[in-house]
Design a protein around this ligand. Structure first.
Ligand SMILES: Cc1ncc(COP(=O)(O)O)c(C=O)c1O
Length: 368
């Protein structure tokens, strides 16, 4: 049996006909940039997250950059960010000319450890950027408490956890402004590139909208030195369709994850993902830890099962960051995770036979 890491086929066949309608409408109305499809998607996505506003943008990295710019984070400012995130979160801080201050995660939930945030706060700290990694909500109660106490902004990186909640409240609705990505593999993925910011603050929303469009509200009148970070109109149309399927796809993700939890319990030295109290997990990725990671990966591959590593090199050790002070620091938890993490296949449309097969082969690796 072959089990790919991701297979877009089942999702595509479900939405194909509705997406053809979107394409036809798009071609007919002829409003190719920031039209009705963008506006409608922005309203739907804001409502989904429980925020007042959403601004669709070109991708997740631009959404992070826009978030920092819209609240005025720049030169000399420090931003606390997890040491085990995808590189985009850190790049956004660097592109804003601010300084990333890396905070270690909890070794079992993989999310930023709130207890390690306070010692990193200095007079220059302006914001905390929690990343809801792999689909699990961060411990937002503690993070928000620290932010309020030290007067810091919170900017969520919600690229991986659309639909996850903390204490019943949606990820993407805690921070002053929050970013997400609709990269095709995400829980709500475009058929191309897209991203968004969400916020409850009217002023920040207005500013973000202007920055996204060359710093201009009125054509050829530029109030700010902005960017072209506009969302693609057609992707916004597709995303609106896909958003309406999200609940059903999440259920499938949860089913696969619960099977993995049930069948891989106490197998070898496998550490299964741990869910923090009050947090929910939408299983963008199902990530296990094992000291035998590399050998297990090869064994699974030999049996037709594709896995990935998120992420093999922690951000601070990336070549891109030679010369930055954090490149020389040690982040032992992030470094250990990079050596031991393995993401198992998980996608809407994965069959029960495929789930069983993955579990059987993993068991066979440990128990023969
Ligand atoms: C945590 C996180 N932040 C940001 C991004 C950036 O999103 P994009 O690839 O759409 O720029 C990603 C995407 O992979 C991500 O996983």
């Amino acid at each position: 049996m072959q089990v790919p890491f991701v297979n877009f086929g089942p999702v595509v066949s479900e939405v194909k006909s509705a997406c053809h309608d979107v394409l036809n409408e798009f071609l007919e109305h002829g409003h190719f940039v920031l039209g009705q499809m963008t506006t409608e998607f922005e309203h739907s996505y804001a409502a989904f997250c429980g925020t007042k506003y959403c601004v669709g943008v070109s991708n997740g990295l631009d959404a992070l950059c826009l978030s920092l710019k819209a609240i005025g984070i720049g030169q000399g400012d420090e931003v606390i960010v997890p040491s085990n995130t995808y590189i985009a979160t850190i790049l956004a801080i660097i592109h804003a000319n601010a300084k990333p201050v890396l905070c270690e995660p909890d070794a079992l939930t993989y999310n930023i450890d709130p207890q390690k945030i306070e010692p990193l706060i200095t007079a220059k700290t302006k914001a905390i950027m929690p990343v809801h990694l792999y689909g699990q909500a961060c411990e937002m109660e503690s993070i928000m408490r620290i932010a309020i106490e030290y007067n810091l902004a919170v900017i969520e990186d919600n690229a991986q956890a659309q639909g996850a909640t903390y204490d019943g409240k949606h990820c993407g609705s805690f921070g002053i402004i929050n970013a997400t990505s609709f990269y095709p593999t995400k829980n709500i993925g475009a058929f191309g590139e897209a991203g968004a910011i969400t916020t409850d603050h009217e002023e920040i929303y207005k500013k973000a909208k202007i920055i996204r469009n060359y710093g201009s509200e009125k054509r050829y009148h530029n109030e700010l030195a902005g960017h072209n970070w506009r969302i693609d109109e057609l992707q916004a149309g597709f995303l609106r369709v896909k958003l309406s399927y999200l609940a059903q796809w999440q259920n499938q993700r949860l089913h696969i994850a619960s099977e993995y939890h049930r069948r891989l319990k106490e197998i070898g030295d496998i550490q299964l993902p741990k869910i923090a109290k009050k947090a929910s997990h939408v299983y963008h990725l199902f990530v296990i830890q094992t000291t035998k990671r590399d050998a297990l990966k090869v064994f699974l591959e030999e049996h037709g099962i594709q896995t990935l590593i998120h992420y093999p090199i922690p951000p601070h050790l990336q070549k891109a960051f030679i010369g930055y002070d954090f490149h020389n620091f040690h982040y032992p938890i992030a470094e250990k995770l990079a050596k031991q993490m393995l993401s198992l296949p998980l996608y809407p449309g994965m069959t029960d036979d495929q789930i069983s097969y993955v579990c059987d082969i993993v068991k066979r690796y440990y128990h023969g």
